[in-house]
Write a protein that binds this ligand. Structure first.
Ligand code: GLV
Ligand code: MN
Ligand code: MN
Length: 417
């Protein structure tokens, strides 16, 4: 039997599923999801759990200055650049059990399968849990991988505040004190030979097509903005409408105009206002200030540029008698994955007799930053009705294991190049 057959056969569906159930207890919610936001005590608990499993298998662990957590299975050539696989363990406030966690646990399962099968690789193979992929507590998302790739600076990210004013530097210090691991270099980032990330699809295409493996070809571009509207606080009982500068009224007008301006004929552009803060938040005070977030995505940069211009024009003219501004928080260009890694994933699925299809990713992933550093690709598996960013997110043990078998084959081939 070849090493590849032995490695794929060593993937254990029951173990991988049990690890998901164990992790789902950390930040578990009454509706069966998780609330394990970045750099929270629940995040620290997940880090400790992963490290405990890693140490039990004799793998070494390390963490860098933005808190990315690495689990390393040594290769025979200690000087060779590692092959990396993983995703994130932080979740949305009302998140599911699989978004991110699957990619970390599939990578860990790959390491365990190689270990159980007694297979030596030339290159080290490492699993990673990137810090703060979701960006729901601390903006921007995919932060750990972006700092690792040099796309955002460490110092700027350490100063970021969450919605309650907690500074990331403090949350990170607390998290690493609660889940300590040996440091990995002065600054985040080291040379990689390849990166493959497994993830649930988070959309319905694989399930609809009764297909097990998504061979991911790239990720659409995305931008996030914050719109800030300033009006004037006033008494709700005494102030005539004509005399008001109601920031919420202006926000509703702007948001409605934006919804209309971003409608496209083929329903490709994604436009979401996911958070609105109304201040001072008192029922009997006319709101003096409103801020809201915009998440906008499309595969084509030029379309994003054109729509950004429309959003800016609406903000410039639509707020009177209030004043308004719009700030772009992030812009991530569309990602095209490495053709050789795409082929590797497709060939592994085909060789293993798994149904598969090429597809782009609508969701963002850490792979979009790591793709700038080394040959990169992704593997998708179906999730129930395509539902994600929801506590009822679900996937089957068999599909998760199938993705892990494709992953271990791809990693093994990369690790022996
Ligand atoms: C990740 O969750 C994203 O926003 O695409
Ligand atoms: Mn994710
Ligand atoms: Mn997510």
């Amino acid at each position: 039997m070849t090493d590849i057959d032995r490695a794929t056969q060593a993937v254990r569906e029951d173990r991988l599923w049990r690890r998901h159930l164990d992790m789902a207890k950390l930040g578990g919610t009454a509706r069966g999801g998780v609330n394990r936001q970045a750099l929270s005590p629940e995040d620290a608990a997940a880090r400790n759990q992963l490290m405990a499993w890693a140490r039990a298998r004799g793998f070494s662990v390390s963490t860098d200055a933005i808190g990315n957590l690495f689990v390393r299975r040594a290769g025979s050539d200690a000087t060779a650049r590692p092959v990396l696989s993983g995703s994130h363990m932080d979740s949305q406030p009302t998140g599911g059990r699989f978004d991110g966690m699957y990619g970390v646990l599939a990578a860990f399962e790959a390491l365990e399968a190689l270990e159980d099968a007694g297979i030596a690789t030339r290159r080290p193979v490492e699993a990673v849990a990137w810090t703060n992929e979701e960006g729901s507590r601390f903006q921007p998302g995919a932060m750990g991988s972006a700092v690792f790739a040099g796309h955002y600076t460490l110092d700027a990210m350490l100063d970021v505040k969450d919605w309650k004013g907690v500074v990331l530097r403090d949350a990170l210090t607390e998290t690493l004190a609660a889940a300590p691991a040996p440091g990995r270099g002065e600054r985040p980032g080291f040379a990689l030979d390849g990166y493959v990330e497994a993830h649930i699809e988070q959309g319905p295409r694989l399930e609809d097509a009764k297909t097990t493996i998504g061979v991911v070809t790239g990720i659409q571009g995305s931008r996030r903005f914050v719109v800030d509207i300033v009006g004037e606080e006033a008494h709700a009982g005494t102030t005539p409408r004509a005399a008001r500068k109601d920031a919420f009224v202006a926000a509703v007008a702007i948001a409605g105009a934006m919804q209309e301006a971003t409608r496209d004929a083929d329903d490709t552009l994604r436009f979401t206002i996911g958070r609105v803060d109304v201040l001072p938040g008192s029922p009997n005070t006319v709101p003096g200030r409103v801020s809201f977030t915009i998440d906008m995505r499309h595969p084509d940069m030029e379309v994003l540029d054109a729509h950004e211009a429309r959003l800016r024009a609406i903000v410039a003219t639509g707020a009177a008698p209030c004043s308004a501004g719009i700030e772009r928080v992030t812009s991530v260009a569309p990602t095209v994955f490495d053709p050789a890694v795409i082929d590797l994933v497709r060939d592994a699925a085909r060789r293993q007799g798994l149904s598969h299809m090429d597809m782009p990713s609508g969701a963002g992933h850490d792979a979009m930053h790591i793709a700038a550093l080394c040959p990169t690709g992704m593997i998708f598996v179906p999730c129930e009705r395509g539902i994600s960013h929801n506590e009822i997110e679900n996937a089957t043990p068999a599909d998760l294991a199938a993705g892990a078998r494709v992953l271990v084959e791809a990693l093994l081939r990369l690790a022996n190049r």
